[in-house]
Design a binder for this molecule. Structure first.
Ligand code: ATP
Length: 456
């Protein structure tokens, strides 16, 4: 069966590199196995979800080339959630509870003081139908809890150790003890649904075959497996990857806006560099740039994903971007270079591509070869000799070695003493692209003037 996977962000902020890792692993899995990738916007939290964030998520995914075969928004599916909720309420799988946050907090503190685990005591399950009706008549609104299947015959309501296991695609055998958890609230007092519930219904309805997400969801998976069963559905396979943390160990959150895809776009980074980094960080593969999504998909192997948290350093991403640019052919970038006003063609691109961090850096070297710069004369004896021996045009890539051989025999200088003053005079910079490639692009008039210390 073809896999169907999904990426399910809440539209409550801009996607960060950790979210992108989840999106990339799912997308690449679908790609590798010729399956489908769904974008699901988990916007049941209406207070924090916005259309602007939803659109920004689409834009970021498109920029990365992570296209989707179908989109769903949870807000559009309320009728379906309500209908399944009604069934589960009638079956007693969902039950009403009326405690306030303060009351629950008091109980938790009491349990902790008695060295008991602070799990919900199921007091609401003891309410009779008439007590419930009375509270509702008083205008009180219930929230609804999922009765976890963790009691044994004849043990009343006391939770018993109840192990739920699955073979995780990434972490291997996993077990969650439903006996150690509170019955989760799935419907709030205002009637809105919580993620645990809506996510399962959507995964059933959309025929999701593999759920790949961050390990922040491992416990959730135990509960959701029980929910799949309560809804009479076969659960999909699950894989939980480690979370990414920032270089200084900080957690990432959409709400904080740190390390967002937008910030990478603003820096001028290439989508394939971001995608390569997102897919390979925290795996046993070296982080290297790949120029195509298909090549990245071929490399995907859940067995290679480490369970330790991955560290993300933007400096590494920038270095990766530089490596990627070095691999690109002129045809890949020609149009964008023209957009920067660069008309130097393939020769210029091949000369400078190894010295760029982001593509727009090419603009600087374009100015070096076509506009006036301030030369730096470090060693005038050397530059005078260089000006004297500068050969006539036409120039080629061999001009540089012929010319520097002539300067060397005239001055006796070699190595750095020979090359550094020439570089400083010709480019005004300590380092940069190979001069044998730059020199013909700079041209004789400009080179001569710069060697004479003139702005040219
Ligand atoms: N730091 C992270 N590293 C890797 N994956 C992550 C990270 N944070 C979230 N994810 C994954 O991103 C997907 C989308 O999750 P979600 O929308 O809840 O993101 P979030 O960043 O945790 O959001 P928020 O900060 O708004 O709660 C989930 O599958 C989640 O596991």
């Amino acid at each position: 069966m073809k896999p169907r996977v999904r990426f399910a962000p809440s539209p409550t902020g801009r996607l960060h590199i950790g979210n992108i890792r989840t999106a990339a692993l799912n997308w690449l899995y679908a790609r590798k196995n010729r399956g489908n990738f769904l974008l699901r916007l988990d916007d049941t939290d209406t207070a924090r979800s916005t259309d602007e964030f939803a659109q920004a998520i689409r834009d970021d995914l498109e920029w990365l080339g992570l296209t989707w075969d179908m989109e769903a928004r949870q807000q559009d599916r309320t009728a379906r959630y309500e209908s399944l909720a009604a069934t589960l309420k009638a079956e007693g799988v969902l039950y009403p509870a009326f405690e306030t946050e303060e009351e629950l907090d008091r109980r938790r503190k009491r349990q902790l003081a008695m060295h008991r685990p602070p799990i919900y005591d199921r007091a609401a399950l003891k309410l009779s139908d008439s007590e419930i009706a009375e509270k509702i008549a008083e205008g009180r609104k219930p929230h609804w809890r999922f009765r976890l299947p963790n009691t044994a015959e004849g043990t009343d309501l006391a939770p018993q150790p109840t192990l739920v296991s699955w073979n995780d695609l990434i972490r291997g055998d996993q077990t969650v003890d439903l006996g150690s958890l509170s019955d989760p609230v799935l419907i709030r007092e205002d009637g809105t649904f919580l993620y645990t519930f809506t996510s399962v219904i959507d995964d059933i309805d959309f025929g999701i075959t593999h759920i790949v997400r961050g390990e922040d969801h491992v416990t959730n998976t135990g509960v959701q497996l029980a929910l799949f069963e309560a809804a009479g559905a076969t659960p999909p396979a699950f894989g939980h990857h480690s979370l990414l943390i920032g270089a200084d160990g900080q957690a990432l959150s959409k709400r904080l806006g740190a390390l967002s895809v937008q910030s990478f776009r603003d820096l001028g980074l290439e989508p394939m560099a971001v995608l390569s980094h997102a897919a390979l960080v925290g795996t046993s593969d070296a982080i290297e740039p790949l120029t195509s999504r298909d090549a990245l998909a071929e490399k995907l192997d859940f067995a290679k994903i480490s369970t330790a948290p991955g560290r993300f350093d933007v400096a590494e991403l920038k270095a990766l971007n530089g490596k990627l640019l070095h691999m690109l052919d002129y045809a890949d970038v020609a149009e964008r270079l023209r957009g920067f006003g660069i008309t130097g063609g393939e020769k210029f691109w091949n000369a400078v591509r190894g010295n760029l961090e982001v593509l727009s850096d090419a603009r600087f070297w374009w100015d070096v070869v076509t506009s006036d710069i301030e030369p730096v004369i470090e060693d005038s004896k050397m530059t005078v000799a260089a000006a004297d021996t500068l050969p006539p045009e036409p120039w080629s890539e061999s001009t540089w070695s012929e010319w520097t051989a002539a300067i060397k025999s005239r001055t006796g200088a070699k190595g750095r003493a020979l090359f550094h003053p020439l570089r400083m005079a010709l480019t005004g910079r300590e380092s940069g692209p190979e001069l044998k490639a730059l020199l013909p692009l700079i041209g004789r008039d400009r080179a001569l003037a710069r060697l004479e210390g003139k702005r040219a």
